[in-house]
Design a protein around this ligand. Structure first.
Ligand SMILES: Nc1ncnc2c1ncn2[C@@H]1O[C@H](COP(=O)(O)OP(=O)(O)OP(=O)(O)O)[C@@H](O)[C@H]1O
Length: 295
């Protein structure tokens, strides 16, 4: 029977790659074709010199030869990555390549079998998530739908300060975030469930800002949002980078949008870094275009 993974090219089996987040509706490569082509990418993996050049003179976050996964299942195979202070980096790649697992590993949600993670030259490989946030200044914005719908907007923000020693401190920190985002401040006593999709995403990002992190890990900022909200979210991220100097590492299924935004892009295939370049370079790379941008 023809199916999406059988490579038969029949009926449902010939779904456009876009159904898997790999291109536009008129892309005609099957998922199997895409996977086969993507594997060929790995042969061209960038050298450490390339990664360092892309990160610039002031490297903040370093992953070296990271092997990580869930329980006994290794997902990332010797992933190395460099992010400059105040830079934005976007990970793209096929479904299941391990993009979210890179973020999970940086934040401390995975088992790490080998390799290292360092921030500002200090090794933080095996710090637990709370310590990643508290002492390494790394915050993680979950993929979609992580607001507490029955809590008010301000209660949601206070939750972002759960590691602070006193509730008053969390409230003060939340007030600083409200000053930055009047749109949220105006809605502070409303239940989060009544917010629009874009406002919910803003609340999720804001909650991660309460601890004033230096690095924001963001999983799929555009997922499930209408186009006007997608633009709004990328504007917010751009402002955090430019005005507040935050370093941003994101996974984005909308590869064009992500690469358009990011200073640096990495293509992850089968748990390995297959290509890296400036966002603009990758947007112009014909292989990236064919496989991930719909031709
Ligand atoms: N919490 C988990 N426990 C066990 N396996 C997991 C977990 N999260 C992800 N995986 C597995 O790790 C692999 C990589 O998943 P990951 O979500 O990192 O890929 P991805 O590139 O982000 O994919 P997508 O674009 O579909 O979100 C998949 O095989 C997935 O099933």
């Amino acid at each position: 029977m023809a199916g999406p993974h059988d490579g038969s090219g029949k009926g449902e089996g010939r779904r456009s790659a876009s159904g898997y987040g790999l291109g536009s509706v008129d892309t005609v490569m099957s998922v199997t074709d895409v996977a086969r082509e993507a594997e060929r990418f790995v042969a061209d993996a960038p050298s450490l010199d390339v990664l360092e050049r892309l990160a610039g003179d002031d490297i903040l976050l370093t992953l070296d030869g990271l092997r990580a996964g869930y329980g006994p299942m290794e997902i990332l195979h010797e992933v190395s990555l460099r992010v400059g202070r105040g830079q934005s980096l976007c990970l793209i790649g096929p479904n299941g390549a391990g993009k979210s697992t890179v973020l999970h590993s940086i934040f401390g949600f995975t088992s790490i079998y080998a390799g290292s993670i360092a921030i500002g030259g200090k090794e933080v490989t095996r710090l637990k998530p709370n310590d990643k946030l508290r002492s390494a200044g790394i915050a993680y914005v979950l993929q979609d739908n992580s607001v507490f719908p029955d809590m008010t907007v301000e209660e949601n923000l206070w939750m972002g300060g759960y590691l602070m020693s006193a509730p008053a401190e969390a409230k003060q920190a939340a007030d600083r975030v409200f000053e930055k985002y009047p749109r949220l401040a105006e809605r502070r006593r409303m239940a989060a469930r009544v917010l629009s999709g874009g406002e919910r995403r803003l609340l999720e990002i804001s909650r991660a800002l309460v601890m004033d992190p230096q690095v924001l890990l963001i999983d799929e900022p555009s997922i499930g949002l209408e186009p006007r909200f997608i633009d709004m979210v990328f504007e917010i991220l751009g402002d955090l980078q430019r005005v507040d100097g935050k370093t941003i590492v994101m996974v984005e299924q909308n590869a064009k949008k992500g690469l358009d935004f990011a200073d640096v892009g990495y293509v992850l295939v089968s748990g390995q870094v297959a290509r890296a370049g400036s966002g603009a370079e990758l947007l112009e790379d014909p292989d990236v275009g064919r496989l991930f941008l719909g031709g």
